[in-house]
Design a protein around this ligand. Sequence first.
Ligand code: GCU
Length: 686
Amino acid sequence: GSGRAYEAWLSYSQRGGDVQIPNPYRQCFEHIVVAEETDIVHSAVEELKHAISGILGHMPTVTSVLDTPCAIVLGTTESLSKLGGWIQDEEAGKLTDEGYLMKTVETEGKLIIAGRSDRGVLYGTFHFIRRLCMNEDLSRLNMVENPANELRMINQWDNMDGSIERGYAGRSIFYDQNRFTADEQRIRDYARLLASTSINAIAINNVNVHERETKLITAEDLPDVARLAGIFRDYGIRLFLSINFASPIQLDGIDTADPLDPRVREWWKRRAAEIYAHIPDFGGFLVKADSEHRPGPFTYGRDHADGANMLAEALEPYGGLVIWRCFVYNCMQDWRDRSTDRAKAAFDHFQPLDGRFHSNVMLQVKNGPMDFQVREPVSPLFGALKKTNEVLELQITQEYTGQQRHLCYLIPQWKEVLAFDTYARWKGSTVDQIVSGKLFGRPHGGIAAVSNIGNDENWTGHLLAQANLFGFGRLAWDPRLSSEQITDEWVRMTFGEDTETRSIISCLLLQSWRTYEDYTAPLGVGWMVNPDHHYGPNVDGYEYSRWGTYHFADRDGIGVDRTVKTGTGYTAQYYEPNASMYESPESCPDELLLFFHHVPYTHPLKSGKTVIQHIYDTHFEGAEKAEQMISEWTKLKGKIDHDRFEHVLKRLIEQADHAKEWRDIINAYFYRKSGIPDRKGRTIYS
Ligand code: GCU
């Protein structure tokens, strides 16, 4: 691929002269001076050459000696100190391992990009390119950046038959027909996209590890896995594998996978040794155990700490990590059972284990207690563990948010999650402080997300869904970046500098999450989707299922009572004052009311509307906003290239159509249940 959709936000060649580089700095772009060559620095230089030649139409020379007056100079702080005295010790001292600094040395005509490590050089280079594309003033570059999170990870849910669990952008770029694909360039280009946003880890197979994928840790597949690891390594990305907890049984016919059985422990140690013989910098294991029918320690009467620690011991000699998922709940619930609350499960399973996990174990916790709904409260597990490393898990792939047929830009949602104050230690104990490891001084921390890419030409199915992938990486590096800033970066990198284009696309993105929420499940209740594939409205689709996902709508009211006083007691899993805030319907935020409370349709919200009127209003308005997105986008006709214009237009039309389906089904359902008419008399299909 070579089109703009394929090149995504690294598409430079058609910037149409909208990048201006004033003199004297223009001359700097003739020469790149590289103080040292590692594979990663080499990648950085290639990216810089590619960007400069695309934007300016000439290929810069690359040398390792300083023989020109003006140049871009890049390298590690250590190697640069041998070339010139541009960086003070004090400046260099501010950098952590992956950090970088950038500065203009005006007197010498130099633009300096320096990393503490070669990965820092790569991130600095991509940042430099971004600034270039955004026409920022090069005469005053002066910045130091360090990542907030050590682990910035992508989880692929790819299966080796080429399918992708919850994938909406074609088939796997990694596998086909139970083999590795031959298209290494595609994987390299993916690595480039990820590295450009600072991603430094990837798990290359689905957390549901089926029979074929179980073999990925064996001699049969390790050479291929090592080949992929090599591609990602060039871009500073460490490779992880999802593993099957029952591997010893499945691969070697051992009669148990009991984590306390010496044979099992020995087995995993030998596996680790073999993996590291092929991949010396192997990242570690991602584990879904005792969850949705996956095997795990429970079978043997052991707990999750026993399971995770066994793997941690096997990986520990090599510096590997165990990323253990907390998505553990009873997926065989009886809907008649009102005492079990799925939302409570992760906390109940893991909080009591605090302090028992080895230091190279990280617990990966989904942002909400249920499963990536358009609106959920933040999981109370964040901050509940003080002696355990935590990783936040987000879902870039839009399983419940329109499956990349609808536009739903998730950065604003993730920002709310990261900024949520858990009060775990004091006021200001935000989720970003917890997962980075800062709040409790943890050795490891980070953010992971389920990828939204496949082998579609434009990677993400919906072109604008690229923004979610880009934004995730940017937030993982710096959770304090605003939604607006990330959006602006992505739009300008992808569509150029035209003011109207920028403002229209930014507005579309920034409003899309709210719009999607408006025409789908109301007030935090979730789950009103078709079972299994999760696309489209079905209010009672999950109401009598075994998944623990109910809304309890009857003729009088709707919502799940999760209070301590009269409900499941879930609110007690939060620290104060959050527990009290959620416990009372008066202080519970409107948008989460039905997550925490069962209320009559006539219950007044803080907005002054009743619940039923809110449902009608948001559904009419949401569908209308979806319709307006089409006319907004249409203003861009002729301003952006035909292919990308038509592609997005088609998706927006489909979305508007489908939003009406949502509107009418949800409104009809609640009108029929409640018998309460719309105060504004709009059409509801009774
Ligand atoms: C959701 C999703 C599954 C996935 C699971 C998980 O339930 O629908 O496809 O396997 O999450 O995160 O493990």
